[in-house]
Design a protein around this ligand. Sequence first.
Ligand SMILES: Nc1ncnc2c1ncn2[C@@H]1O[C@H](COP(=O)(O)OP(=O)(O)OP(=O)(O)O)[C@@H](O)[C@H]1O
Ligand SMILES: [Mg+2]
Length: 160
Amino acid sequence: MKVNVNSAREMQNIGAAIADTAQVHDLLLLNGDLGAGKTTLTQGIGSALGIKRPVKSPTFTIVREYPEARLPLFHMDFYRLENDDLSSIDLNGYLTEPGLVVIEWPEVVQAQLPQEFLQITIKRVDDSWDSTKRIIEFEPQGQRNKAWAEQILTLIEKKK
Ligand SMILES: Nc1ncnc2c1ncn2[C@@H]1O[C@H](COP(=O)(O)OP(=O)(O)OP(=O)(O)O)[C@@H](O)[C@H]1O
Ligand SMILES: [Mg+2]
């Protein structure tokens, strides 16, 4: 399942469609190169969940928590995680919290994650660094996530 995205604004709107269909204990994995738009997508999720403060990249803090959201948001980024640092964050604790977990750069923790999640990969379409075109690929694992991806795509189509 692939979607074309033409601007950062459109990426945030897709985030809103994800937020509007998300349920407690959903897990979203975001893949894509540096600057692909993973945090931008999460900002769209955050504002649609009613978070008023800015949703910032958790690159240096690993986790940012937004308990005030309609569905509490736990935004993680494992780009900078060193091998033994994982012990410093209670990943399982976050996964069992009643909320939505969004993970950028999930590879390092993949073995610690449940087998069911919605994986999204964001790719640049053009070679030029300033192009705002992206393609998003949805790869849902498990029944709930297949249904979730369908709902997201339906919402995106409706809003076009
Ligand atoms: N279609 C688009 N979707 C998302 N971001 C876009 C798009 N077009 C341009 N941008 C810009 O590209 C940048 C994406 O940065 P962002 O921090 O979201 O990337 P990231 O994937 O989280 O990177 P990192 O791996 O460093 O965390 C932002 O400055 C955003 O405004
Ligand atoms: Mg980011």
